[in-house]
Design a protein around this ligand. Structure first.
Ligand code: NAD
Length: 338
């Protein structure tokens, strides 16, 4: 049983903690928090030992009666690997600390590929991470693109991808981000950084992306145009995506015509925090015209990268060398059926 620490128990960190705790071959030995807020309190209630990431702030936790096990320095001695879920830019600095401690580390999509040195997606390049010391799980948007493009590439080859991403302005719990009344090309330059990010894991894929921000918190929405190398029928694509784990086909005709309805579906599934770990592809949107595949998909930004973090732990700690087996184990423990 391998010991895992979570540095930064926020949107991604708390979900990764629960996903790791559900697995049979790894356990959570501690999570870190900076602030003695409700998330700190709930971490303790869930039974996760709580460590303070900024030791000088210990008094703040004592003042509100939150039980602390130690500081992040104490946690380093307890773990086989640290999953760093701190805000963008902090992970790269933490990497230097983990190096000094002789610790393996997983980072999130807010960090730059070059600073971590290696990026990860379970479907695209699991084997590259076997035994690796430092790996970055690609962002929520990139994970969504890789999940569907990898099986399509394997089925019929891809000449070129063009993708337009409609991105949520903020996560549901974020009060200081936006926009609240605007559509913002973001970045305003073309191509956006998402295409090069996909190429860090799907090496050699010809992909160009554009992105904009809209006033919604629920999900991202992607629009893809894929020039195929070998002609296939749309039925072949449907069959392939139906067989692909962590991808689910949804139908507008059955009441799932929007991101709002898809998240309502996730609530009805009774998933923790109403998460939808799978990428939802609109079945009606799939079409092949003149050798080019078109489709639309929705990405639950708060949760799609979570199972990938679990697979990355398994690869880096050499608990499994077969990506399909790791994906199956992770999914089974997390109740992912799609
Ligand atoms: P978040 O702000 O929700 O959580 C970050 C947590 O880290 C908070 O609990 C914060 O208190 C804590 N923290 C802050 N400074 C710290 C420090 N110095 N040491 C330890 N902990 C510290 O952020 P998030 O949305 O979970 O994002 C984390 C990473 O995941 C980022 O790289 C982000 O780009 C990436 N990511 C976010 C999403 C998303 O939609 N939220 C999706 C995919 C990837």
């Amino acid at each position: 049983m391998k010991s895992v620490g979570i540095n930064g128990y926020g949107t991604i960190g708390k979900r990764v903690a629960d996903a790791v705790a559900a697995q049979e071959d790894m356990k959570i030995v501690g999570v870190t928090k900076r602030t003695p807020d409700f998330e700190s309190k709930m971490a303790v209630q869930k039974g996760y030992p709580l460590y303070i990431s900024v030791p000088e702030r210990e008094e703040l936790f004592e003042e509100v009666g939150i039980k602390v096990t130690g500081t992040v320095d104490d946690l380093y001695d307890e773990v086989d690997i640290m999953v760093d879920c701190t805000p963008e830019g902090i992970g790269a600095k933490n990497k230097e600390i983990y190096k000094k401690q002789g610790l393996k580390g997983i980072f999130q999509g807010g960090e730059k590929h070059d600073q971590i040195g290696q990026s990860f997606n379970s479907f695209a390049n699991f084997k590259d991470a076997i035994g690796a010391d430092y790996v970055r799980v690609v962002s929520c948007n990139t994970t969504g693109l890789c999940r569907t493009l990898t099986p399509i590439r394997d089925l019929c080859g891809i000449k070129k991808v063009r993708a337009v991403m409609v991105r949520r302005g903020a996560d549901p719990g974020q009060v200081k981000k936006g926009p609240i009344n605007s559509i913002v090309p973001n970045p305003p330059t073309v191509p956006s950084h998402h295409g090069p990010d996909v190429q860090t894991v799907l090496h050699g894929l010809n992909i160009t992306t554009m992105a904009l921000l809209v006033p919604t918190t629920l999900m991202h929405q992607h629009n893809l145009m894929v020039e195929l190398e070998n002609p296939v029928d749309v039925e072949d694509i449907i069959e392939t995506l139906e067989k692909t784990p962590r991808v689910t086909l949804v139908e507008a005709g059955k009441g799932l015509g929007s991101t709002a309805e898809i998240m309502e579906y996730a609530r009805d599934l009774g998933r923790p925090r109403s998460d939808l770990f799978e990428i939802a592809v609109w079945k009606e949107s799939l079409n092949v015209v003149d050798g080019e595949l078109y489709y639309m998909q929705a990405v639950h930004q708060e949760s799609d990268v979570v199972p990938e973090n679990v697979d990355a732990i398994r690869a880096m700690l050499e608990l499994e060398d077969d990506p399909a087996k790791s994906i199956e184990k992770t999914n089974k423990a997390m109740g992912i059926v799609g």
